[in-house]
Design a protein around this ligand. Structure first.
Ligand SMILES: C[S@@+](CC[C@H](N)C(=O)[O-])C[C@H]1O[C@@H](n2cnc3c(N)ncnc32)[C@H](O)[C@@H]1O
Length: 202
């Protein structure tokens, strides 16, 4: 699941792939912020974009899957927030906003292969406005990933792995794994959300 065609196929079937609910760490960290502009990278079906737009943010949803973006845009329309959203087809590895910045840059469960999240974070920080925030969330490595390929296992990360990618003017506010209870295939399990939340000086 590391290339656009696989995600396009996943987003071409019947029904939603994701719940449509905002991710819990986004709600936890961003609820207290004054709405401004936001960029969500790996926006999938748009759940986080729609939640942010519903709270008054002007949001850019970015993803490399054209089908994902089309679904997300349709969901934003249904939710009545399309006017506060825009969509950007881009590979996070090549993300270059040309100097444009956002008050919040967020990404959830992007998981590029082979430890690639550090390089992605090095790009995301360039899109954070002075005084703005960066929120990066993903799965922490665990025994559940033991059967996966090395490339997939190295797509999981700890929050602390990403701190070296923060420039000196970023202050890490949260660097931790947060336990979360989820139901997968009828089974209730505990997973850890690796959570990096940082503020750019300004
Ligand atoms: C696991 S889904 C998460 C979607 C959404 N963030 C959420 O939490 O519901 C990962 C999303 O990231 C996108 N994605 C994966 N790798 C990407 C990359 N290198 N650049 C841009 N988007 C990517 C996929 O198309 C997919 O929509």
């Amino acid at each position: 699941m590391f290339e656009p065609p696989a995600w396009d196929e996943r987003y071409s079937g019947e029904g939603k792939v994701w719940s449509g609910d905002a991710n819990p760490q986004l709600v936890a960290e961003v609820s207290g912020l004054e709405p401004g502009t936001a960029l969500d990278v790996g926006s999938g079906e748009g759940g986080d974009v729609i939640w942010l737009a519903g709270r008054g943010w002007r949001v850019t949803g970015a993803d490399f899957s054209a089908n994902g973006l089309a679904r997300a845009a349709a969901h934003a329309e249904e939710a009545g927030v399309a006017g506060r959203t825009e969509w950007w087809q881009v590979d996070a590895h090549e993300l270059d906003a040309g100097g444009r910045t956002w008050d919040l840059v967020t990404t959830h469960f992007l998981h590029p292969p082979d430890g690639g999240m550090s390089a992605v974070v090095a790009r995301l920080v360039t899109a954070v406005a002075p005084g703005g925030h960066l929120l990066v969330v993903g799965h922490a490595p665990s025994g559940r990933h033991a059967q996966m390929s090395e490339s997939h296992r190295r797509a999981m990360f700890l929050a602390a792995d990403l701190v070296p990618s923060l420039p000196a003017d970023f202050e890490p506010l949260v660097v931790e794994q947060r336990p979360r209870t989820v139901t997968r295939d009828g089974e209730t399990i505990e997973i850890d959300d690796s959570t990096l939340f940082a503020r750019r000086g300004g």
